[in-house]
Ligand binder design. Structure first.
Ligand code: SAM
Ligand code: SF4
Ligand code: SF4
Length: 359
């Protein structure tokens, strides 16, 4: 099977697709107050375009697709897209069943056998949880496998201060809905920022144990639209680990890290739940990066911190053939950055901030 290999010998297996650059929250570390400059409506990829691109990526070895944004749940009828993408999963290794799949753009027998040989596709979603509870059942039915929900405070008033919206209860309901519909393992993303929510680390660890979820702490990155990131604002992986260990001793899970971004820990006393620590700044994992991103307006980004983007939308809408799109993607992957430069003296900021990139 043809795989996407970059110039640093990393294989790309993880595609993040941003469905919109709009958001109904204003998290201070991502998209602070005000009206951001949004992409023009006609530049946003249609579901058919996203499906076509994803099918090609999957034929090139992508094993995980994560739908994100902005807030992906703002995209009308997201269930319809999930259903389309779920059809890309391998339902059987047998050729007869493969041919029953209604891939509209499979144009050769060769392509069918490539699909037959690949591993199954993992379809995930990252959401702020605001409108998720009432749509969880349909998303599951459409073929979604897993969900990651963002949660930066367990205190109602602080949650409102961080996100601009009084919606803590919705997030709690989202977590329960994700569990109810087996969108598991449920991961909870929390960006810790010094002086804002770093006094809740132990509360979050207790929450992971009580709710049986994986609590993922993410170091604050300089990707905020407001440009307020400061190195001193980072709560480091080391500090997070030590703080939790004092309250609830942790046990590093086998196979933790590798191509994964998180160090994953279970609780040494056998309690349910997990802790994940994602430390892109103080414990950089670029050497094992397997990610590529597609923005809502159809640009390929080879790194969160890219200063260049590659206009797949124009290429696609210009009538490119499948073979030409494959060639375009392969050439773009070869340009993937070796690593970010946050820790270098001359840090070159990314060309767009997190809600526009698709985190
Ligand atoms: N709106 C959805 C949400 O918040 O879950 C999906 C998009 S959001 C950009 C994806 C993830 O990026 C969230 O979990 C968020 O916490 C994280 N994020 C946003 N800005 C960040 C920053 N400056 N540093 C680290 N993580 C960030
Ligand atoms: Fe919106 Fe997610 Fe960014 Fe918060 S982190 S502003 S919910 S895109
Ligand atoms: Fe991959 Fe870039 Fe993130 Fe490093 S900073 S892990 S190269 S996306």
């Amino acid at each position: 099977m043809l795989l996407l290999r970059d110039a640093h010998n990393r294989i790309i297996r993880d595609l993040r697709v941003s469905l919109t650059d709009r958001c109904n929250f204003r998290c201070f570390y991502c998209l602070p107050n005000g009206e951001p400059p949004l992409a023009r409506k006609e530049t946003i990829l249609t579901f058919e375009e996203i499906e076509r691109i994803c099918e090609i990526f999957v034929s090139l070895g992508i094993e995980k697709i994560r739908l994100t944004g902005g807030e992906p749940m703002l995209r009308k009828d997201i269930e319809v897209l999930v259903e389309k993408l779920a059809r890309l999963k391998v339902q059987s290794q047998s050729e007869s069943q493969i041919s029953n799949l209604k891939f509209q753009i499979i144009d050769s027998e060769n392509r069918k056998s490539q699909i037959a040989n690949r591993k199954s596709l993992d379809l995930a979603l990252t959401t702020n949880g605001h409108t998720f509870p009432r749509r969880a059942a349909n998303l599951k039915k459409a073929g979604l496998d897993r969900v990651t929900i963002s949660l930066d405070s367990l205190r109602r008033e602080r949650f409102r201060e961080i996100t601009g919206v009084d919606a803590l209860e919705n997030v709690f309901e989202s977590i329960e809905a994700a569990k109810k519909y087996n969108l598991t393992p449920v991961k909870i993303n929390c960006v810790l920022v010094r002086g804002r929510n770093d006094d809740e680390i132990v509360d979050f660890a207790r929450f992971a144990r009580e709710r049986d979820v994986e609590m993922r702490f993410i170091e604050f990155m300089p990707l905020d639209a407001g440009g307020d990131w400061r190195r001193e604002s980072i709560v480091t992986a080391r500090e997070i680990r030590e703080t939790i260990n004092r309250a609830f001793p942790l046990h590093l899970k086998e196979k933790s890290r590798g191509a994964e971004t998180a160090w994953r820990y279970s609780f040494a006393d056998g309690a349910p739940g997990e802790i994940g620590i994602v430390a892109p700044v103080t414990e950089m994992f670029c050497g094992a990066c397997s990610r590529i991103r597609l923005t809502a307006d159809g640009q390929i980004r080879t790194c969160l911190f890219s200063t260049d983007e590659y206009n797949l939308r124009a290429f696609l809408r210009g009538g490119a053939s499948r073979a030409e799109i494959v060639e375009f993607i392969q050439a773009v992957v070869l340009k993937k950055e070796a690593r970010h430069s946050i820790n270098d003296e001359k840090f070159a900021p990314a060309s767009r901030s997190m809600s526009f990139i698709g985190g």
